[in-house]
Design a protein around this ligand. Structure first.
Ligand code: NAD
Length: 259
């Protein structure tokens, strides 16, 4: 039996990587999908095709999650196409500037926070307003990172943004639990997506990184997507305010970032 039949999911960052995989996995489980993209409309069209091939409906909407007007327009457009949205997955994100704090500009730091943290806040805010106007019920799933907990030098921007998502998610979970809206994070470790382009393209570099992971393997986008299906499904109805780590044991290794 399909786990998400009759549901509509809005997933940000759906034109690539983990967001694409979640869209396809959700569609295979019966959900219709609001597909979003920032720049690459052709990649979004590929996601739509995969959603349709799985037997689900989809609509594509362009959004910049770091821009309030753009987020408002996303929800307006999505709700013109589907009468309700039951699941929000905040997956859009940017990687760290990979600069130490004395080298990073305020604008660079803010850019990471604006997409990863403020974008998650603005999309969640619109979604919760929509659910409250429709009697509650719903799921928010945030794709944070092991960096919501694990720290690494050169990643103050990214660690602050993902730790911020952890606080946001847990506080929001308390606010809306009695409306039967659940809010949970998924914290991936090293997943092979365009965000980890170098690991994708350079096998030696990837092997070196994998030595730090207890499982000695990278994760695939589908590893994250399957956990998102669980958290979106009725099986997870009583789970809220948690983080599900998907990292092959990476966050167990306290050697992260050690010299
Ligand atoms: P990705 O680069 O393939 O996906 C990121 C997506 O976010 C892209 O589709 C991009 O267009 C979109 N995006 C970026 N800025 C945006 C904006 N302002 N507005 C709208 N969309 C925007 O990489 P991914 O690995 O699939 O990343 C997805 C999420 O997973 C991110 O939040 C990332 O931080 C998180 N994550 C990834 C890994 C990993 O190892 N790949 C690990 C931990 C967490």
């Amino acid at each position: 039996m399909k786990k998400l039949g009759g549901k509509v999911a809005l997933i940000t960052g759906t034109e690539s990587g983990i967001g694409h995989a979640i869209a396809v996995e959700f569609a295979q489980q019966g959900a219709d999908i609001v597909i979003t993209y920032l720049n690459n409309s052709e990649a979004a069209a590929e996601t739509l095709l995969a959603v349709q091939q799985a037997g689900a409906k989809g609509v594509i909407v362009q959004v910049d999650v770091s821009n309030e007007q753009s987020v408002d327009a996303l929800f307006d457009a999505a709700l013109q196409y589907f009468p309700q949205i039951h699941i929000l997955v905040n997956c859009a994100g940017v990687r760290s500037t990979d600069k130490y704090i004395h080298e990073v500009s305020v604008a660079e730091f803010m850019a990471t926070l604006n997409t990863n943290l403020v974008g998650t806040f603005m999309c969640s805010r619109k979604f919760i307003q929509h659910r409250l106007a429709n009697g509650g019920l719903g799921r928010v799933i945030n794709i944070s990172s092991v960096h919501e907990e694990v720290v690494s030098p050169g990643k103050t921007d990214y660690c602050a943004s993902k730790a911020g998502i952890r606080g946001l998610s847990r506080a929001l979970a308390m606010e809306v639990a009695d409306k039967q809206i659940a809010v949970n994070n998924i914290a991936p470790g090293m997943i092979l997506t365009p965000m980890n382009k170098r690991a994708f393209e350079e096998p030696e570099y990837r092997k070196a990184l994998e030595q730090r992971i207890p499982s000695k393997t990278s994760g695939m986008p589908q590893d994250v997507a399957k956990v998102a299906v669980f958290l979106a499904s009725d099986d997870a109805a009583y789970i809220t305010g948690t983080t599900q780590v998907v990292d092959g044991g990476l966050s167990l290794s306290r050697a992260q970032g050690a010299k």
